[in-house]
Design a protein around this ligand. Structure first.
Ligand code: F6P
Length: 346
């Protein structure tokens, strides 16, 4: 053993651009305190299985622009089986960790919060998700990259929709909240935007598309969040199998919606599912900066022994907030934003 304080970092849940930038920032700031930094592979699974990786200067070099996570990730929930929490605690001790930084969304940070409150493990959280649905922070990193990818896709779909005089339904990720769909929809000039927070009223959708044709625009883009649902039927496609956190795998609403539009309007309609493309590739400059600020602040919180907190963005300030507050409930799209989107419907 080196005699240095050792801290660990893990990335859990769905990957997103900016994870490596956080890892790099945590490590670089921690080195200035004289800490040794290790990575835990594949999220909480790696801590239960005692699967660490060395994060020295060499390991973190050149990773800033790289998408995904060099540590790997998983949707493993240690609370699914009681003995896993005991294993995790024992490995925490064996690894002689001074603190752990958990980078994740509501599921990963929910576990972090429980481990802090119930097992008194010294943990600091960093908010990650393309969904931007974490409370207590204005933005999660990964979101900016995802909206830029989705916006570029909508731009591309516009030219083909226009050439063929078609409606194109674009299905965008976002389980419980429509941030990604609302932002990309507004930025890409979608003609109808449908999100989980507002039930889909087919009459309204048809009215908007018909009104647009009447205005001399024989093509339209409809942006729909994968988690959106119809007002009348509860028609929403999802796989029956749940993940370890009880999440369903969504997908298919775009196709159902396109069929309805085609049938109810007579307009030729196509569907595109953006899927994991939205999570892939290099982070935007905004996400690189946000991830870097989050990583540096997380290392500072560790140094101050401010455990049980998550770093967050409020305005343009990075602040600590209680993990408990951050995971209490998902952050949904506010009315004001959706009202802006609605100005451009039809
Ligand atoms: O939470 C991020 C997210 O990309 C959601 O938008 C989406 O529903 C889900 O993850 C997909 O999960 P998976 O990577 O397991 O398919």
């Amino acid at each position: 053993m080196s005699g240095k304080k050792r801290i660990a970092i893990l990335t859990g849940g769905g990957d997103c651009p900016g994870l490596n930038a956080v890892i790099r920032a945590v490590a670089r700031k921690s080195f200035t305190y004289g800490y040794e930094v290790i990575g835990i592979k594949d999220g909480w699974k790696g801590l239960v299985e005692n699967d660490p990786a060395v994060l020295d200067d060499y390991a973190i070099s050149g990773i800033l622009p790289k998408g995904g996570t060099i540590l790997g990730t998983s949707r493993f929930n240690p609370y699914k089986e009681k003995q896993n929490v005991a294993k995790l605690k024992s490995n925490f001790k064996k690894l002689n960790l001074f603190a752990l930084i958990a980078v994740g969304g509501d599921d990963t940070l929910g576990v972090a919060n429980k481990l802090y409150l119930q097992e008194h493990l010294p943990i600091v959280g960093v908010p990650k998700t393309i969904d931007n649905d974490l409370s207590a922070t204005d933005f999660t990193f990964g979101f900016d990259t995802a909206i830029n990818i989705a916006t570029e896709c909508i731009d591309r779909l516009h030219t083909t929709a226009e050439s063929h005089h078609r409606v194109i339904v674009v299905e965008i990720m976002g389980r419980h909240s429509g941030w990604l769909t609302a932002y990309a929809g507004i930025a890409g000039g979608a003609d109808v935007i449908l999100i989980p927070e507002v039930a889909i009223d087919m009459k309204e959708v048809v009215k908007a598309l018909k009104a647009r044709r009447k205005r001399g625009k024989p093509f339209s883009i409809v942006a729909v969040a994968e988690g959106a649902a119809f007002k009348k039927s509860k028609e929403i496609l999802q796989e029956e199998k749940l993940d370890a956190f009880g999440n369903v795998r969504l997908g298919g609403i775009g196709q159902v919606l396109a069929e309805k539009i085609d049938r109810m309007t007579g307009f030729e309609t196509r569907t595109v599912v953006l899927g994991h493309i939205q999570r892939g590739g290099t982070p935007t400059a905004m996400d690189r900066v946000l991830s870097t600020r989050y990583g540096v602040k997380a290392a500072e919180l560790v140094h101050q022994r401010k455990f049980g907190y998550m770093v967050s963005l409020r305005g343009n300030e990075i602040r600590p907030v209680k993990l408990q507050e951050a995971v209490a409930k998902p952050k949904t799209v506010d009315k004001e934003l959706y009202n802006v989107a609605k100005v451009f419907f039809g």
